[in-house]
Design a protein around this ligand. Sequence first.
Ligand code: 3PG
Length: 212
Amino acid sequence: MSSPSESLLSLVPVVPVVVIDDVAHAVPVARALVAGGLPVVELTLRTPVALDAIAAIAAEVPDILVGAGTVVSPSQVEQAVQAGAGFLVSPGSTPSLLAEMSACGLPFLPGTATVSEAMAVLEAGRTEMKFFPAEASGGAAYLRSLASPLPAARFCPTGGITAVTAASYLALPNVGCVGGSWLTPADALAAGDWDRVRALAAEAAALGTSGS
Ligand code: 3PG
């Protein structure tokens, strides 16, 4: 799926964050997420096969928007673009990484955890950002307190969020979606339990229709 012209934060209520150890898992995971109603996936650049996994999903699962997560250096931006990523997510924002992500032309969510970091992203002309690590950085209460002083900022909180806590974030006016790895547990991937991934995705997708 090509990159969206609309907001990255408005596509799905929950962006699945996936750590892939076996490239053979990439396509079935992506298909299970689509079947569950989540046509977006963030593949973290934390394993040797991550770029190959992005390329496989981009080539074989046209119904999903695949992005690269855990982008921590400017050189990874070009690698992710070459692999076919449709968006980028970083856990934090250095000036050089922000510049490189801005220049690559893809939508991206730069990571922030403090008011000053969010202000720096706004100064760079970007209103959408990741809030990471969400739970450890103050959770929904912290984000709620940013809505008044930084009304332009919109967040995808990620880090420590679960199926139980997601709704409290999604209820906030400055949150468009949340991210999390709970939809793709390592043991489900290792066992090839794609039905479990599909069911977890369906449960998460329903958060967008529950009025939360
Ligand atoms: C990450 O980039 O690690 C994401 O924030 C996922 O966090 P989680 O594993 O706590 O959901």
